[in-house]
Design a protein around this ligand. Structure first.
Ligand SMILES: [Zn+2]
Length: 204
């Protein structure tokens, strides 16, 4: 499996391309802006884009979809509980004092039970509400893509509308109890870490 990180946008978002070399299927995780280099990377590996999976509905993880063609946008998925963020995106832009934007037209909404695969590998959707109600982490093999839920020695903000510190802590508890300590963590911002390195910072 190939995992390539692309750092994007003014907030230093991590977007990831994950490629299964056996099936030549590829996914993009989060789409901040200027996604063409990720498509070029996928092409350079002779792979085919299957899904664009979004860890949550905040603007800095999704707006790059607007730069893609309609048939590629059709591959985008976000959790059903973050649909409201897309429908009311400019309320959030007002909250953070950023200019208004146009929400991308996402047509696929998943929940924890939605079956997704990269080649033969299941992509497990782990619901981790707190930063937003529809925040998820994606687990592929022993790699966790944690969005804005878990960062290197930090965690997502919960001072925003519909955020919940209590829910975020419950989500971290869930991750730490279900995942082996050696699980690699690829966050939505900042450097890579492991479950073991983050778990020791909490007393659950
Ligand atoms: Zn966020």
């Amino acid at each position: 499996m190939i995992i390539q990180k692309f750092i994007k946008g003014p907030l230093g978002n991590n977007n990831y391309v994950v490629i299964d070399e056996e099936s030549h299927e590829a996914i993009i995780i989060d789409c901040t802006q200027n996604p063409q280099d990720m498509l070029d990377f996928i092409n350079s590996k002779s792979a085919k884009l299957k899904y664009i999976l979004l860890t949550h509905g905040h603007f800095d993880h999704i707006l790059g979809l607007n730069e893609l063609s309609d048939d590629i946008i059709q591959k985008a998925y976000v959790h059903e509980n973050d649909k409201f963020l897309l429908d009311n995106i400019n309320e959030f832009m007002d909250f953070i004092h950023f200019p208004h934007v146009i929400a991308p037209k996402i047509n696929h909404f998943f929940n924890e039970k939605t079956p997704l695969f990269l080649g033969k590998n299941p992509i497990q959707i782990i619901s981790t509400p707190g930063h937003t109600p529809g925040c998820v982490c994606f687990l592929i093999d022993d790699n966790l893509f944690s969005g804005d839920t878990l960062f290197y020695h930090s965690r997502g903000r919960t001072d925003m509308p519909k955020s919940s510190e209590k829910e975020l802590l419950n989500s971290l508890k869930k991750l730490f109890s279900m995942l082996p300590e050696g699980t690699y963590v690829f966050p939505g911002h900042g450097q890579k870490t492991t479950i073991a390195q983050e778990k020791i910072l909490y007393h659950f």
